[in-house]
Structures are given as C-alpha cells and as structure tokens.
Design a binder for this molecule. Sequence first.
Ligand code: KG4
Ligand code: ZN
Length: 345
Amino acid sequence: MMNSLDLDKEIVILAIESSCDETAAAVVVNGRDVRSNVISSQIDLHTLYGGVVPEIASRKHIERINQVIEEALRTANMTLDDIDAIGVTYGPGLIGALLVGVAEAKAISFARNIPLVGVHHIEGHISANYIENKDLEPPFLCLVVSGGHTHLVRVADYGKYEILGKTRDDAAGEAFDKVARAIGLGYPGGPKIEKVSHEGNPDAIAFPRAKVADGVYDFSFSGLKSAVLNYLNSCRMKGIKINQADVAASFQKAVTDVLVEHAMKAIDEYKVDKFAIAGGVASNGALRKAMREACARKGVKFYHPSPILCTDNAAMIGAAAYYDYIAGKRSGFDLNAVANLRLGE
Ligand code: KG4
Ligand code: ZN
C-alpha cells in the first residue's frame, strides 16, 4: 500500500466524528489545511436533561449525519470523487453514537472504494494542534482535558503516544460540569463556570489540590468535586449565602493549579521544548493563561487550538487520519466502534 502513495499529490481526507453529542464532518487536505469543518451540536437537546442522554445522541446522529457530510463536501467545493481516504472516530465514546459514524464511514468506503482509517478520539484532540500551528511537530507533550478524559501524553512521533498520567476518577471537564450543576449553572458547565469566574475571587475558598500517591502524573478530581459539594452544604446549613462566582473561580483555580503543576513536572522530566493542550477544557481562558505563563518561565513553546477545534469536531479527526494514512494505516470493513478504546491500540 505504501508504495502506491504519492506524497507529492495532495491527500484529501473526509473526516467523521460522532463519539458524543456533536455530529461532525470535515474535509482536511494534507493534515493541516481545513477546507470545511461542519459541527451539528446537540447541546440544546441534552441541556433539557442536564447531561448527554446516549440514546438521544445516537438517534440525532442518524438524523443528521448525511446532511453534515454533504455540507462538509459542499463547503469544501468537493465531491466524493476528490476524497483519498475517510477518517472516522471509532472510540472511545458512547457506543451507540460511535456506531453511527463508523457505519456511515464504512458504507461510503465500500460504495466508493475509498480507503478507511479508524481514528482514536484522543489522537484527534491532540492532532487539533497541528491545524493552526504549522510548525508543531513531535516530539512534544500534550495535556488532553475534555469531558471524558484527562490524559497527559508524550507524543513521541506522529501516531506514537505514551500516556504519562490520567485521571483516576472524574475527568476535568466532568468536574466542571458537576460543579456547575451544583451551583445552579446548568449544562455544559465548563463555559458557564469560566464566565462567572470573571466576577469571582479565585482565592476566596481553599479547595484541595489532589495528589495521587502512587502516580505522579495521575489526576483525581472527585475529591475536589466533593469538597465543593461539602462547602455548599455547610454554607446552606449555616445559613451563609453562597457566592456563586467565588465558588466557580476558586474551583477553576484548583483544577488549573493541578493541571499546570503536573504539566511542568513532566516538562522537566522529559525535557521537551514544546507543550500543547487539547480537548474541550483547553478552551478555558484561565487554564490557557496559567499554562502560557508557566511554559514561558521555562522557555517552553506553548500551543493550543482555537476553541472551535478544542471541543469535539471532525477537522481534528482529519488531521490525525492524515498522519495515520501516510504511515500506511488502513482499517477494514470489520472496523467496529470501541467504547473504551485505549490510546495506541
Ligand atoms: O472535548 P469535548 O467537546 O468532549 C469530550 O470529548 O469530552 O469536551 C467537553 C467538555 C465539557 O465537560 C465542557 O464542560 C468542557 O469540555 N468545556 C470547558 C470549557 N468549554 C468546554 N471546560 C472549562 N472551560 C471551558 N471554557
Ligand atoms: Zn472529545
């Protein structure tokens, strides 16, 4: 397969992402040139229930996926005849949601005889950094912080990942969502906590910075979430009025401090000069600012995607699929959705 690859020619990837609550398709040329990036979000629907309802997510993906793909091709001014490969997220994520994208990708691949490349969702998040940072190449370290994941990853090369640490319980974004709900901000919590934090004092309440004894790079956010809930309960019991902005800002600071501390430790140990963040929480302004400053103090170059490329999208899947494709990776029609797919499998 590798012999037939002409790398002087542009490689056009049609990418599909449906692992959670966004139905997304994109056309990406040579991994970094995004010709279209269509995202149909279901957030409004799930907001009614305070979180993502898997069954509703699957059904909405089925309803929208064809239009989203057609729009991605139309916006890129291309047809399926122009596509060299189809990249699709096959895990991790909600199984029913993933299946919609995988089945669609396989159907197009089969009908049009276009090669298929299964992509790991976290590999996609990491690869979002390549799109706007044309100079970024491995090796580098990347912190992936989303609603489902908190992974500190060493990107040794394209497609070569080593997980240095991950969360033992809640993901960072999950903690944002749960705390937001507890202080009455609703779903999705991250952007709402960030917004009200601007009015609050990040040093108002001393929430814990959790350490994991037997894993220097691992994270734990459930203790922090419980500390916030305990604080809220004790205020209610004592009849003290809760300052929503102070709770939000202090919580956000506690999360940020831990993420920055772990990142800086890894930068020292692995002696890298490039550090990136990715995933929904990576669009958080306070986290970006803290990381940017901490990296600058070490003379390390800091990278992050634009907010639209931080949250789930298909352009990032197209970027990842390109590097897999030129490395000769292909998926067969036996490609299946894997809810708990591990990075590097
Ligand atoms: O990457 P993503 O879209 O989906 C997953 O793969 O999980 O991340 C969604 C998560 C949610 O938990 C959301 O609350 C969080 O990212 N998030 C944020 C912000 N924007 C989204 N968290 C903190 N600050 C933000 N500005
Ligand atoms: Zn994601």
